[in-house]
Design a protein around this ligand. Structure first.
Ligand code: PEP
Ligand code: MN
Length: 263
């Protein structure tokens, strides 16, 4: 079902009124983790002013260490909803297991499947039983073919609203956290009618790399971006080293808007 053979035109996914796919460009920005209501609402307003059209924020976090901050849980989703009410920005948040799927269907606009869960087939099947848009991140060691098959798991259940997200893959290189595979853009777009967005933040793992990769992703023909932004990256509860400040994001968006137009 994800194959271009069965759907010649680009699919356009509707995220509570915001379209992504074809000529519609998604700009999803926000903190790695939701930390509190005031900061989230204030940041969401700044992101919207800068040109973001969706808000990301982790409430359930897949942390490498069990001793690291695990997210605010349902309270995080509630805070994101307050930010949505204030700004109108639809919400993207990661669901880690089937336990909270009903809460996510009710409280978020796009359910993110994290890199670590790309091959969690029970989760993918459960998402296939909903109609919610799913942002399907690429597993850190997954081939594009395996990634396509994960989308197939969701679509097989009857949910066609899948968006791919390339977030860097593991290679021998250690200068960056992961290696951004921009070649995934033309490959996915040849193989599939579904949109693909690029997350340069988790690929880079370090702030200074992000603007150039976000611009390159836009010119590559990707259907959007996901970028981590935090008011005070030095003190972020997760992924601070790769978060842009709101001012840096605003500056980047001025370039992205021009490049997205040219595409
Ligand atoms: C995230 O978006 O915060 C995240 C954990 O991403 P990934 O699954 O790509 O590592
Ligand atoms: Mn993160």
């Amino acid at each position: 079902k994800a194959n271009r053979r069965f759907h010649e035109d680009d699919s356009v996914i509707d995220i509570d009124g915001v379209k992504v796919g074809g000529s519609h460009f998604m700009v999803c920005a926000g903190p790695c983790s939701v930390e509190n209501e005031d900061d989230t609402v204030e940041l969401a307003k700044a992101l919207k002013d800068a040109g973001a059209n969706t808000l990301r924020g982790g409430a359930f976090k897949p942390r490498t260490s069990p001793y690291s901050f695990q997210g605010l849980g349902i309270e995080g989703l509630r805070i994101l909803n307050t930010a949505k009410k204030e700004t109108g920005l639809p919400i993207v948040s990661e669901l880690m297991g089937t336990e909270h799927i009903d809460d996510f269907v009710e409280m978020v606009d796009v359910i993110q499947v994290g890199a670590r869960n790309m091959s969690n087939f029970d989760l993918l099947k459960a998402l296939g039983q909903t109609k919610k848009p799913v942002l399907l991140k690429r597993g850190m060691s997954a081939t594009i073919q395996e990634w396509l098959m994960s989308a197939e798991y969701i679509m097989a259940g009857g949910n066609d609203n899948v968006i791919f997200c390339e977030r860097g893959i593991r290679t021998f290189e250690t200068a960056t956290r992961n290696t951004l595979d921009l070649q995934a853009v033309p490959v996915i777009q040849k193989e599939s009618h579904l949109p693909i967005v690029i997350d340069p933040s988790h690929a880079a793992g370090t702030r200074y790399v992000i603007p150039s990769m976000a611009k390159a992703a836009t010119v590559s023909g990707a259907n959007g971006l996901q970028i981590e932004v935090h008011q005070d990256p030095e003190n972020a509860w997760s992924d601070g080293q790769q978060c842009l400040t709101p001012a840096e994001f605003k500056d980047l968006m001025q370039h992205i808007n021009i490049l997205a137009e040219m595409e």
